[in-house]
Design a protein around this ligand. Structure first.
Ligand SMILES: NC(=O)c1ccc[n+]([C@@H]2O[C@H](COP(=O)([O-])OP(=O)(O)OC[C@H]3O[C@@H](n4cnc5c(N)ncnc54)[C@H](OP(=O)(O)O)[C@@H]3O)[C@@H](O)[C@H]2O)c1
Length: 354
């Protein structure tokens, strides 16, 4: 069955692959774009990723503007969609709390308002840290009663991006529940490239990690042998997103998209280093010590590493039972991870300076 969809963040990494998947499976898709003049470039890119460019249409807007800044005509177009996919986010380290809140929290609420007002299912992309209850408690999020959370303190501890992802998650759920509206949330691990092409956009956290390794900036492995950086391939992720988005039984449910076969960080770095033909770090450095070292002026820039990114390296293991149940239902499997990482490295190598 082909339906119409509305996507925010369609020009981003996950968004491009989502557009490819939606349009390849026959769905006409409206994409919210801050710069709609880039639509032809986006169509070409989605075509290269296996989608149908002719099924993509731009609507001009910005999630940081009231009503997403949509014209009345565009609002009408969007009112006929079956699912609103919300992926747009300011995804950078070093964001101020004010900026992160304006785009990632208020922006998500504006998208939620649009979906709820038209009785459209909202598919929101969160992040796997939202399923790490130990971490949430540690940084001060009151999961039972999120409105009791001291959010400025949480932002201080985890930085603008993660703080806003955590806050927006609880704010959107609360809003959708009060509006008696339908939502589904997918929480991805760190996203790696496409399992066949290795495609990943520059600036993605995993691409940056590969760049740092290639440029010899990893002098030691952050954390211990128990630490890992869970990943998921972008193709598995968008397949999971589209499966749950159109599944009526997924109303008001959340699912993790994470490959639990991800090796520990040391082994993952060793795998990446083999493909890069560079030496992998062997010694470990405690994350607390590394964070402290990064406060020394110039060091964070020299090692191109942000303390915020270190929070994603952790020892937590996740309960994957529900994800596995859904994988069986949708006949979905993770592509081979070692091969996917190898393809991702080869893709990233293509845009690294020699
Ligand atoms: N990639 C990961 O490893 C990862 C892991 C966990 C969760 N996530 C979540 O997955 C989602 C997609 O991530 P991604 O990696 O695809 O991000 P991305 O490549 O950085 O793309 C971000 C997208 O958001 C759009 N955007 C930013 N500010 C906007 C605004 N004010 N109004 C409208 N659009 C705006 C950008 O549009 P422009 O082209 O106009 O800049 C772009 O399309 C995000 O919610 C992110 O938090 C990602």
């Amino acid at each position: 069955m082909s339906v119409e969809c509305f996507v925010t963040g369609g020009s981003g990494f996950v968004g491009q692959h989502l557009l490819a998947r939606l349009t390849a499976t026959g769905h006409k898709t409206w994409v919210l774009m801050r710069s709609p003049e880039n639509i032809e470039r986006l169509r070409e890119q989605v075509g290269r990723l296996g989608g149908n460019p002719a099924s993509i249409h731009a609507v001009e807007g910005d999630i940081s503007r009231e009503g997403l800044g949509l014209s009345e005509a565009d609002r009408q177009c969007v009112s006929s969609v079956a699912v609103v996919f919300h992926l747009a986010a300011q995804f950078t380290w070093g964001l101020t709390m004010e900026r992160a809140r304006e785009v990632n929290v208020q922006g998500a609420l504006r998208v939620a308002r649009l979906a709820a007002s038209q009785h459209i299912r909202l598919l929101m992309v969160g992040g796997y840290m939202l399923q790490n209850l130990t971490h949430l408690a540690h940084v001060g999020v009151d999961v039972e009663c999120p409105e009791n959370t001291n959010w400025p303190l949480v932002y201080e501890r985890v930085g603008g991006y993660e703080g806003s992802k955590l806050e927006s998650h609880f704010a959107v759920i609360r809003y959708m529940q009060e509006a008696d509206a339908d939502y589904t949330i997918v929480h991805p691990a760190t996203v790696c490239g496409h399992s066949e092409s290795g495609h990943i956009l520059e600036g993605q956290p995993l691409a940056e990690l590969i760049r740092n390794l290639a440029q010899g900036r990893f002098k030691a492995v952050p954390g211990s042998a128990r630490h890992w950086l869970p990943v998921v391939s972008v193709d598995y992720l968008v397949t999971m997103i589209t499966c749950v988005a159109f599944d009526p039984s997924m109303a008001n449910r959340q699912v993790l998209a994470l490959n639990e076969g991800t090796p520990n960080l040391q082994r993952m770095l060793a795998q990446l280093a083999t493909t890069l033909e560079v030496k992998a770090p062997r010694r470990h450095v405690a994350i607390g010590l590394l964070k402290w070292l990064l406060t020394i002026p110039g060091l964070a820039a020299r090692f191109a590493i942000s303390t915020e990114s270190l929070n994603f390296i952790q020892t937590q293991r996740f309960d994957m039972n529900y994800s596995k149940q859904l994988e069986r239902k949708y006949q979905l499997t993770h592509p081979d991870l070692a091969r996917t990482l190898e393809k991702t490295v080869r893709y990233v190598k293509g845009y690294l300076p020699n």
